[in-house]
Design a protein around this ligand. Structure first.
Ligand SMILES: [Zn+2]
Ligand SMILES: [Zn+2]
Length: 423
């Protein structure tokens, strides 16, 4: 291929960086942080002063894709979805309250020059390269695949994706595959030279397919019997938050969140109008008032007491935290038969796992948490389908995976297997 592709830190989950260049231009897709618990927790050096980068595109707002954004000099344009921008800013602002560095970061991001919002199916021209984003199903709300066109060659970079979220299967149609067929390969009329795909689940054997819809159903059934629930979940996992909120609504219950998450949910609500779906409306989400005994002013105390009465009468889902500050909420409702749901990756609470988190483990143990979780990443059969549909003419590269060839027993035709390059 004439277009040069360089993948940094591809053999780890997280720390995503892909460099695509022609003789004139150089693009970077994602500039993420290595995740704790991976083999490589250090971050690769990148010489921004001498690399001569023309633009950086972000697939979505997860830290392993966008976490090192601050290092990018301000004269280099960065491209991301509008929701990604707003979610990042909200995270910085929320953390600013207890952290001066975060306050500076929020200020810097609000004023950063050269931030451009991308739109699905809208081309961005960077010199002799054209980048077209396509919206894709993932646990993050505003996620994109990128089709890069340079010379006469096409490269498809998937970012993180799946087909089992609320935007995966709609009315029996596999949406990511339909988008790839219709817009990217144009039903086989456009030849894709290289596919760069995520492969998170390739080393996670024994995963059985469990979709957001399955989880919504299970949560609905669970909430019929269990009216008082603590839920430990990632604040940016919009699909699973929506599953639990909808299940709660079906049972006449509300979801109670802190101020930060309430602001985050407002961003999702506004953006969801675009998707024309009720799934992300979050109509039954309310900010959890401080415990009445903590309220100094009488009106605040009355407001908190009224909320507590409603919560005890109708039931609740409270978004929980493993931090010590959550203990007072646990104590406040200690007289009720509260159940705790853990809806994050099992690796964080599995002793001996590289990503083991003691605080989270202790919280789950103390509250006797039960698991209800669906992966943010494509199952192996979805990755295989994407490979078959894209059917790249030259090369297949995996990123965001610890798999090397002996792990990946891919169920794809031999011709495509021969195009997989692991290094
Ligand atoms: Zn992600
Ligand atoms: Zn990721």
């Amino acid at each position: 291929m004439k277009t040069k592709v360089e993948i940094l830190q591809g053999h780890q989950i997280g720390g995503c960086i892909t460099i695509i260049s022609t003789e004139q231009m150089k693009l970077v897709i994602d500039f993420g942080e290595s995740l704790p618990g991976t083999d490589n927790v250090s971050n690769v050096d990148f010489d921004w002063q001498n690399e001569n980068v023309s633009g950086v595109f972000f697939t979505h707002y997860h830290g392993d894709h966008i976490g090192r954004m601050e290092e990018i000099p301000e004269d280099i344009p960065i491209y991301m979805g509008e929701v990604t921008y707003k979610v990042m800013l909200n995270i910085y602002q929320a953390l600013s309250r207890h952290d001066d560095n975060m306050a500076k970061k929020a200020e810097w991001f609000r004023n950063r020059k050269n931030v451009f919002f991308i739109q699905p199916d809208k081309e961005e021209r960077i010199g002799d390269m054209i980048v077209t984003p396509y919206s894709v199903d993932h646990s993050a709300f505003d996620s994109y695949m990128f089709l890069v066109h340079a010379y006469d060659e096409y490269i498809l970079h998937t970012g993180d994706y799946r087909d089992h979220g609320h935007r995966g299967y709609v009315k029996g149609r596999n949406i990511p595959l339909a988008v790839i067929q219709k817009y990217i390969t144009r039903y086989g009329r456009r030849k894709i030279n290289m596919l760069i795909t995520e492969g998170t689940t390739l080393t996670r054997s024994g995963l059985s397919r469990y979709t957001e819809k399955d989880m919504l159903h299970d949560a609905d059934v669970f909430f019929r019997e269990n009216k008082y629930v603590f839920l430990k979940i990632s604040s940016t996992n919009v699909d699973s938050l929506a599953s639990f909120a909808v299940a709660a609504q079906r049972n006449g219950m509300k979801m109670y969140v802190n101020g930060y998450l309430k602001a985050q949910i407002k961003i999702y609500q506004k953006a969801s109008i675009k998707y024309n779906t009720k799934m992300y409306m979050f109509n039954n989400v309310e900010k959890l008032q401080p415990a009445p005994v903590k309220c100094k002013l009488k009106p605040d105390r009355i407001k908190a007491e009224q909320q507590r009465l409603r919560m005890r009468r109708n039931g609740f889902i409270i978004i929980a935290s493993e931090k010590p500050s959550f203990q007072q909420t646990i104590d406040e409702f200690a007289d009720l038969p509260v159940k705790t749901i853990y809806s994050m990756w099992r690796g964080y609470i599995t002793p001996g796992s590289k990503a083991f988190n003691q605080e989270l483990y202790d919280f789950c143990k103390a509250t006797n948490a039960m698991e209800m979780h669906t992966s943010g990443h494509a199952y192996k059969d979805c990755i295989e389908k994407v490979i078959e549909v894209v059917a790249p003419s030259e090369e297949i590269r995996f990123i965001h995976t610890e798999a090397v060839n002996e792990f990946a027993d891919l169920n794809i035709c031999q011709e495509l297997k021969n195009k997989v390059r692991w290094e």
